[in-house]
Ligand binder design. Structure first.
Ligand code: PGA
Length: 245
């Protein structure tokens, strides 16, 4: 399968800046599946600017209801109608800064699938959880919360993002990434069967940069990367994508 190189722009990049990114970013010759997650306000501008250029655009968060009195929220149906193909769900900033629970993450995965979006489900342990030897327990609990929502046929992705590596400059070693991805893959095999488990790309995220992307992307079980800070610059996003197969 093609590796996935995804950029999460978080609360950065205006619509005008998104257009400038699209003008400067050259997807020609890249073999990876390319995916960008702008803010909702830059979404339309970016989607128009990259249309037909082999880059897909997704949203960073959705609500689980399809419409209604939920001020400030965006539904999966609205995202799909605007041209989104993917939705990030359960990013650690949503979980830790905004109190999103495993149960809410599960509901959002159902909503994304209902609307035809491909969910990118983020999981990952905190530093305290890692130090306490609880990595496998935490990420298994997080992935179990969504496994009831998917079947062997579901198109979805997982991003393993250790919380201590996000935006800190600390990166998991390729061995750390492989170990966590193996834990997740084993769970997928148990719940979905071997063939279906292999078809779910598991991305690594957390301080991925041009300088470390190649070794992370070459690690066993790493099917792509989810990039925050380094995805804001078209040249560094391109350099990371060049490291993907
Ligand atoms: P970072 O963010 O690359 O800036 O560490 C990754 C993410 O939060 O997806």
């Amino acid at each position: 399968m093609k590796q996935v190189v995804a950029g999460n722009w978080k609360m950065n990049v205006t619509a005008t800046e998104a257009e400038a990114f699209a003008a400067a970013f050259e997807p020609q010759g890249l073999g990876a599946e390319l995916l960008l997650f702008p803010t909702a306000l830059a979404f339309g501008a970016l989607a128009r600017a990259v249309a037909g250029r082999g880059i897909e655009v997704g949203v960073q968060n959705i609500h689980w209801e399809s419409s209604g009195a939920f001020t400030g929220e965006i539904s999966a149906e609205q995202a799909a109608a605007a041209g989104a193909s993917h939705a990030l769900i359960g990013h650690s900033e949503r979980r830790h800064l905004f109190g999103e629970t495993d149960e809410e993450v599960g509901r959002k995965v159902s909503a994304a699938l209902r609307a035809g979006l491909t969910p990118v489900v983020c999981v990952g342990e905190t530093l305290d959880e890692r130090k306490a030897g609880r990595v496998d327990e935490v990420i298994t609990r997080q992935i179990d919360a969504v496994l009831g929502m998917v079947s062997a046929e579901t198109r979805w992705r997982i991003a393993y993002e250790p919380v201590w590596a996000i935006g800190t400059g600390e990166t998991a070693t390729p061995d750390d990434a492989t170990a966590a991805h193996r834990t997740l893959r084993t769970r997928l095999v148990e719940r979905l069967g071997g063939g279906a488990a292999q078809a779910v790309p598991i991305l690594y995220g957390g301080s991925v940069k041009p300088g470390n992307a190649a070794e992370l992307l070459a690690a066993p079980e790493v099917d792509g990367v989810l990039v925050g800070g380094a995805s804001l610059d078209p040249a560094s996003f391109r350099a990371i994508a060049e490291a993907a197969g």
